[in-house]
Structures are given as C-alpha cells and as structure tokens.
Design a protein around this ligand. Sequence first.
Ligand code: GLY
Length: 345
Amino acid sequence: MLIQVAMTTRRRFLRVGLAGSAAAVLARSFAQERSAPLAPISSGTGPVIISTWDHGLPASVKALEVLGAGGSVLDAVEQGVMLVESDMSNRSVGLGGLPDRDGHVTLDACIQDHDCHAGSVAFLEHFEHPISIARAVMERTPHVMLVGEGAAQWALANGFNKRLVDIPEVTERWKQWLRTSDYTPGVNSENAPAGRGDALDHDTIGMLALDAEGRMAGSCTTSGLAFKVHGRVGDSPIIGAGLFVDGEVGGACATGTGELVMRTAGSHTVVELMRQGIGPQEACRQAVDRILRKHPGLVGQQVGFLALRKDGACGGHAIYNGFTYAHITADLQQMVDASYVRKWE
Ligand code: GLY
C-alpha cells in the first residue's frame, strides 16, 4: 500500500506500509593501508540512504545533501546522524537523551566504511557528537573502540569539546522514574511524543548509505536504554551488533533492545545472510526470527533491522509493528512501516 503525502517537482515523499507480517606512526601506517580499497566496487545504483525511525527522514535528507555537495559516503552517514544528535528534544539519541539510573546521560556510537574499517565510542558523557569521535577513532588511531573516561580524554586531546546541557524535562522524568525504578521496556518508545513517561525510552538512529559509485558506509548513535544500570552499553556501538557494513555485500543496522541484538550479533547476521544470496528483506526477517527462537517467552521488547544491499535493494523487519524507516534516493523520499511478526496494541 502506498499513500502519497507530498510531491515536489524533483522528489516524491511517500509513506509505505508493508502488511503483516598513538602512536602517530601506527596511525599513519594504518591510514596508508586503508587507502587501497579492499572490496570491489559494484556498478552501484546509488545514492540510496535508509535510516531508522521517523527521525531518520531529516537525517537521511541531510545525508543526501552531503553526497550532492560532493561529500563522501562516510561524510554522509556521519553528518546525517549528527542532525539527530544535535536535536535536544530527542530523548533517545544525543545529549537530550534520558539518563541512566544514576542520572548520567551516556552515549554510544559507531561508524563503518565500505572496506570494513570501523570506529566506535561507548559510555561517553558530555560530547554532542559521539559519531564524529567514533569516526576520528577509526581514522586517527589503530583501534576500533574507546570507552568511558579514556574515550573522553582522547576526544578532548583530539579537538572535541565538552558540552554541558541541562534539560529540566529530562531531570523530571528521571526523578519520576526513581519513584518506581521500573525497568519494564516500552515498544516503539523511540517514536513516542516528547514528555511521555509511561515507557522506558530507548533507541537509536542507524543509517546505511550507498553512493553513486557503489561505495557504502553506515553509522549508529544512541543514548541507549533509559534508566539503564550505570555502565551498561548496548548494541549500538558494537560492530556486528548495532551496525555492520561490508561493501562486498551490503550493510545492516539495528534498533530496539540492544541485549537481544548483541546476543545474536544481529547486524552481522543480516549481512552474512545476504552474502549467501538471501535478499535484504528476508535477511532481516531471518535475523528477527533467530532472536525470537533464542528467546522463547519474549514479550514487549522490540528489535528492528534494516538492510541495504550493494545494488541498492533494501528492507526492514521488526518483532513488533510500529518500526518505521526512511528510504531516500535521488528522486524519492519515503517513510516505510516495516513488516513485523507481532502486533503491539
Ligand atoms: N539499541 C540501543 C540500545 O539498546 O542501547
């Protein structure tokens, strides 16, 4: 079913429903190694950008603009999600996110390029753009992942500044939560209106992009599960869980309860299924199915996967209804209601 919402002269905006179902030397040699592409470049049918939830639409439009202005696909997936990280009304991404149970907003992010190079930060406080720090870790260090205070010190030493924010609504919601300390998760709270206090907000913007030359990249950034145990890190900064990109095949990203995704290396699973010749939609479906098989009795926890294949084909699938994603090409902008296994009332 297609419902046209708006049309411009160049681009169509649609909503689509799918029924049912350190060392400088080390850093330098690392950069040199990376200058030779490892994966063959496909003929490419890009640009194509897909991104989780309703906040994925402006982020994906931004990513397309970056590509149109001559930016790389890595620039596109970084700058696209930066838009959401800067939105202080977003309660699941960036410094406007809900805190952990001790009142700290801790951020997780990762980025990966066509040739599987990756950077990641986790358990990071007081930086507006964890995705940019993740990219800097990838490009300026021989490492993949920095966490916590070490990540913060490295970021400060590498030109990133702290930003302190005080959002009274967030403090109020934390105080309210402390009265019950109830960890019952909420399905699709990512798309809940600001101020809603009846579910544990979580999640994430994941983005996958393919440029006109057939090069791919992905990004993922989140404040994680609201009121989580201090120190908890979810799937979003874990390469292979919240995000996996291999330009030989395609990319995948995840949203929802991170523990379910981490236990099954969800995004890696999706990409490896595509490597076997399974289409992106079916690969997402099989990854969701694996989570459900491994967690009999699971109720009320959402996971959604997105997949983008190197030829531009894409898909998404979730445990519950309500998972939306943006799908953007040069002449099409659409929000898609992902297919799902179960109905959440
Ligand atoms: N998927 C985000 C998290 O669980 O932290």
